[in-house]
Design a protein around this ligand. Structure first.
Ligand code: FUB
Length: 445
């Protein structure tokens, strides 16, 4: 895995920020990430995920394995800054073993301090920081009161903080932020009633909109083929303690077969987003996951519209960036498909394989700027040589130019001058017109 942070942590250096590549889905392309808790802090989106790693020798190989946390931030949901390792399991003084079970965390701000809650060793730890991205100080005691894993902290309109955990309980955080109390004011939590059964429920996320409480959670159910996996469902209530009423499904079980799904929901610049995870970078092992984001919409009556997962994800990349068209929004039925560049090293990403004339792939919402582009470059290989048309909108939309891809087994850059200069936000379409080609990315200058 391309990650130097373990070494840096061993040297006592934490919190080094680095700019990740531009990303669609998954959002992070240089390490595994799961269980994304997304928040808007200081005008940016911060995502606090779990950090899946391949299990080291001597540690259970077929299970979740996590030893530290990273936090990522973005202003445009395209460029993600990795703020480096927050802390490692060895920094948690009350953990008496290396459990590699630093599971789904969450983070909230109170009076200028950021409280990062994390499950480990069957308890809930807390680390604090003066900023959303560190430096973090792990407190010497776990939180007193939570009944389960996967803490999610919700702030109500009156400034009260509530911690939801496990499957599912809720309690109110006391002012000290390290004790949780039940409705009677005693240390502990209340079990939420009326949740669907049977099926494991975990990893909840609560938010409020138009005075209604939304309690959202993964629920493990059997699909029509008899396979069990988690899907995202939700309940609504008029009171944070309940009673909650089951409302429906937000995200169906993944077609990839990823058993878990874990999520967060937030509004940023007047748009709602669902953050969740799948197994994009680990096709053969669903405990090495990758975080994603897609748009989320509400119906007029406040219910949530089901989210259809996409590769394209969210954010509007500049035409001048390397547009990963394999994260497509639409693709022709025949002659075009996507595969890993190297299945042995999935972090290299994907390529588009085009094998039939008129095959096309569409990548929507590209920012073409102010009519100052002159050429387009296609990074591609072709055993016999090929031609592709670069169009706008649809496969027979405005033709920008035709790019000749020279005969080459290696991916190479092929450039052509633009005959029509695009501007503003438009959908990009690449159409194969001759031969066969494999395309890594497309970029305009
Ligand atoms: O990441 C480990 C566990 O998997 C989380 O705690 C659950 O929510 C599930 O995503």
């Amino acid at each position: 895995m391309k990650n130097n942070n373990t070494l840096l942590l061993a040297l006592g250096i934490t919190g080094l920020a680095s700019l990740g590549a531009q990303a669609q889905n998954p959002l992070i392309m240089d390490q595994f990430t799961a269980d994304p808790s997304a928040h808007v802090f200081e005008g940016k989106i911060y995502v606090y995920p779990s950090h899946d790693i391949p299990a080291p020798e001597g540690v259970r190989q077929d299970w979740f394995c996590m030893e530290d946390y990273h936090v990522f931030s973005s202003e445009n949901l395209i460029d993600w800054t990795d703020h480096g390792v927050m802390f490692n399991q060895t920094n948690v003084t009350w953990l008496n073993r290396k459990g590699y079970d630093m599971w789904a965390p969450d983070c909230v701000e109170k009076d200028g301090t950021y409280y990062f809650y994390f499950p480990a060793g069957g308890r809930t730890g807390v680390a604090t920081s003066p900023t959303p991205h560190g430096p973090w100080k792990v407190l010497d005691q776990p939180v007193n009161g939570p009944r389960g894993i996967d803490p999610c902290v919700f702030i109500d309109d009156d400034g009260s903080y509530y911690m939801f955990t496990g499957g599912i309980s809720v309690g109110k955080l006391r002012d000290n932020m390290v004790e949780v109390e039940n409705k009677q004011g005693q240390i502990g939590q209340e079990r939420i009633a009326n949740l669907p059964t049977p099926g494991l429920i975990e990893g909840s996320w609560t938010f409020k909109r138009n005075g209604k409480y939304y309690l959202t959670f993964p629920h493990a159910v059997r699909n029509e083929q008899g396979q069990e996996a988690e899907r995202l469902e939700y309940c609504m209530a008029d009171n944070v303690w309940g009673p909650y009423t089951w409302m429906g499904v937000i995200l169906d079980q993944s077609e990839s077969g990823c058993w878990t799904v874990h999520h967060s929901i937030l509004e940023y610049k007047d748009q709602w987003y669902l953050f969740y995870h799948d197994r994009d970078l680990s096709p053969d092992f669903d405990k090495n996951r990758s975080i994603r984001a897609d748009f989320l919409y509400f119906n007029e009556d406040g219910t949530i519209k089901k989210v259809i997962p996409t590769l394209r994800g969210v954010g509007t990349p500049s035409a001048k960036s390397k547009l990963q068209i394999d994260r497509y929004s639409a693709i022709s039925e025949n002659g075009a498909k996507v595969d890993y560049i190297n299945r042995e090293d999935t972090f290299k990403g994907w390529k588009t394989i085009m094998t039939e004339e008129k095959a096309w792939i569409k990548f929507d919402r590209v920012d073409f700027g102010k009519k100052d582009l002159k050429s387009v470059t296609v990074q591609a290989s072709s055993a016999e040589g090929a031609s592709v048309e670069i169009r706008l909108g649809k496969e027979d939309g405005t033709l920008l130019t035709t790019v000749e891809i020279p005969k080459s087994e290696e991916m190479k850059a092929a450039t052509a001058a633009l005959k029509t200069i695009p501007e503003g936000e438009k959908d990009l379409v690449v159409v194969l017109t001759k031969g066969k080609a494999e395309i890594d990315w497309v970029s305009f200058e």
